[in-house]
Ligand binder design. Structure first.
Ligand code: ZN
Ligand code: ZN
Length: 124
């Protein structure tokens, strides 16, 4: 599989019993349907997200991409619980693409993100 953002090769990485694809170039991560939440539920799984935030920032700008699995144009999504996290989702096969650093961020939603949202509401 080729990376939809930078065209480099994507290699399979395993954590726990879940396999995901990681780009050797931009370190973006590809999750098939349901893999994302399964992976996020595993203790320590943020270790698969090896790219720096700077790298992720650079490739976040690339947002008109086609699904590396089924070639459908992907849709830009915002995480409802953490609105600073943008990612691309495929409307056909439901795979998702995260830029480097975004999975680490996504995983923190249950702790830091949750409390941040809570306090944000209280201030209103
Ligand atoms: Zn890439
Ligand atoms: Zn697809």
């Amino acid at each position: 599989m080729k990376c939809p953002k930078c065209d480099a090769k994507m290699t399979t990485v395993m954590y726990g019993s879940i396999y995901v694809e990681r780009c050797v170039g931009c370190k973006g991560l590809w999750f098939d349907l349901l893999e994302l939440d399964h992976m996020a539920a595993i203790e320590g799984s943020e270790a698969i997200d090896v790219g720096s935030d700077e790298l992720g920032e650079r490739f976040r700008e690339v947002d008109d991409i086609d699904c590396p699995h089924c070639s459908s144009p992907m849709v830009k999504m915002v995480d409802v619980r953490q609105r600073h996290i943008w990612y691309e989702s495929c409307p056909s096969c439901f795979g998702v693409f995260f830029d480097a650093g975004e999975f680490r961020d996504y995983k923190e939603k249950t702790v830091i993100g949750f409390f941040r949202d809570l306090f944000a509401k209280e201030r209103l």
